[in-house]
Each structure stands twice: as structure tokens, then as C-alpha cells.
Design a protein around this ligand. Structure first.
Ligand SMILES: [Zn+2]
Length: 242
């Protein structure tokens, strides 16, 4: 009737091993489900809507903020897959070149997910706009996010004025209307810097929306353009009201 102590211990050890293996399998499955939406360009990813795209970005940023970023597939197989299948980036991110603002990390995305246009002050010129149009029209990206950021050096340099050496002047000239508009509004001086950053985001959106290609895609409901602002301290991206 009663089990010998040795047998009891053996049974106990087998039980512990079984529970351990079972837990490992469960953990594996969970991790798989977390990473899979971004790791393969499935048909679902190819047909993602503007709303779904924004949701993917918001979820990714929430992971980044909480430190719970997923492990992205950067294997040889993944690179080969993207090379053969092509890219299907679900969002276009127009952001500042600032080294503290890398979209792929901020939105916790992998290879092939984001089409990034990065230039100091997140401004538009014909070359950048061509890149945006290519992603929207040719690659079918359903969402364009113009992402400025807190404490942007390009906006600060514009506010400070003075001589801009080399080609830096062309960046300053592009940001100037935002600074002038905010300064003229008469808001408290300590708010001018951050408000000018917001205004500059709006100006870039306006530049993008002047594109007939973008205009047509937006009118047909296939494309959305939104503004966003990155907080350097918290890591959070705030989607700005339209
Ligand atoms: Zn910047």
C-alpha cells in the first residue's frame, strides 16, 4: 500500500521534470505569438489598414516604454525571405535624424516593417517627399507618421538664429516659419520651443499632403497621415490630434 521513500522521491522528480518541460513549451509558444506578427510578411500584413498600422505602432511603443521589447528575427532566413518576397512596410516614419530617436527601436519593429525617412528637424524637401510617395504608392504603406521630438536641436538652432554654416541654412529656412508663427502668437516664452516643434510637425504634414499622389490615396481611404511626438525621457510617442 505505502510507497517506498526512494520510489516516492523518484516519482516526485519525474513530476518536477514534466512540469518544467511543459512550462518551457508554454513559454516558447507565448514568445512565438508575440514575435510572429512582425516576423513574416503574411498576407494580413500586406493588407493592413491605416488603423491597424497605427495600433501596431502604439503596441510596439508600449513594449518599448515598459522595457518588454520582443526579440526580432534578424536571421539569415528572415533576410532571405525579405529579399525574395520583397518589402511590405506597414508604416512610413518621417523622423528627425537625432541619434536618440530611432523609429525601429522606439516602435519595437523588425526588418521590413518600417519605411524610414530621417532628416534633421523632420522636414520635407522634394527628395524626401519622393521617398514618402514611393512607399505609399509603390509599396502600399497605409500610414505616414511625421514624428518630431522633444528638445529637437534643429528647432533650437532655428530659434537661436545667427549664421548657419554650410548647408545647415537650408534646414533652418525650412523650420523658420514654425518658429515665427509660434513667436508671433504671444505665448509665454518658455513654451515657444516645444510649441515650435509641434508647429514644425504640422508644416511637414502639410507639405506631404500637397502631394497629388498622397492626396489621392488619402481621399480613397487607403492612406492616413498623422503627427506624433517622441518624449526623450519616457520613451513614449504621443499621437497628435489632427
Ligand atoms: Zn531633432
Amino acid at each position: 500500500m505505502f510507497m517506498e521513500p526512494g520510489k516516492k522521491l523518484k516519482k516526485y522528480i519525474i513530476c518536477v521534470i514534466f512540469v518544467f518541460i511543459f512550462s518551457m513549451v508554454l513559454v516558447g509558444c507565448t514568445q512565438q505569438s508575440q514575435t510572429s506578427p512582425n516576423d513574416e510578411p503574411t498576407d494580413e500584413m500586406k493588407n493592413v489598414s491605416s488603423e491597424d498600422s497605427l495600433k501596431l505602432l502604439e503596441e510596439g511603443n508600449a513594449r518599448f516604454v515598459s522595457g518588454g521589447t520582443t526579440t526580432k528575427d534578424i536571421s539569415e532566413a528572415k533576410r532571405e525571405n525579405l529579399s525574395v518576397e520583397g518589402q511590405f512596410p506597414f508604416a512610413v516614419i518621417v523622423s528627425c535624424s537625432d541619434s536618440r530617436v530611432p523609429p525601429m527601436q522606439i516602435f519595437d519593429q523588425g526588418l521590413g516593417d518600417l519605411f524610414e525617412i530621417r532628416v534633421a528637424g523632420n522636414i520635407m524637401d522634394p527628395v524626401s517627399l519622393g521617398s514618402v510617395e514611393y512607399a505609399a504608392e509603390h509599396l502600399g504603406s497605409p500610414l505616414i507618421v511625421v514624428m518630431g521630438h522633444e528638445k529637437c536641436g534643429a528647432v533650437k538652432a532655428t530659434m537661436e538664429g545667427g549664421e548657419a554654416p554650410g548647408s545647415i541654412g537650408s534646414i533652418v529656412e525650412k523650420i523658420k516659419p514654425a518658429v515665427e508663427k509660434v513667436t508671433a502668437s504671444g505665448i509665454p516664452e518658455d513654451q515657444v520651443y516645444e510649441k515650435a516643434i509641434d508647429e514644425n510637425i504640422k508644416n511637414t504634414i502639410a507639405d506631404i499632403e500637397k502631394s497629388p499622389i498622397v492626396e489621392e490615396l488619402v481621399a480613397s481611404g487607403e492612406l492616413k497621415v498623422v503627427g506624433a511626438k517622441y518624449d526623450l525621457d519616457t520613451g513614449k510617442v504621443e499621437i497628435l490630434a489632427e
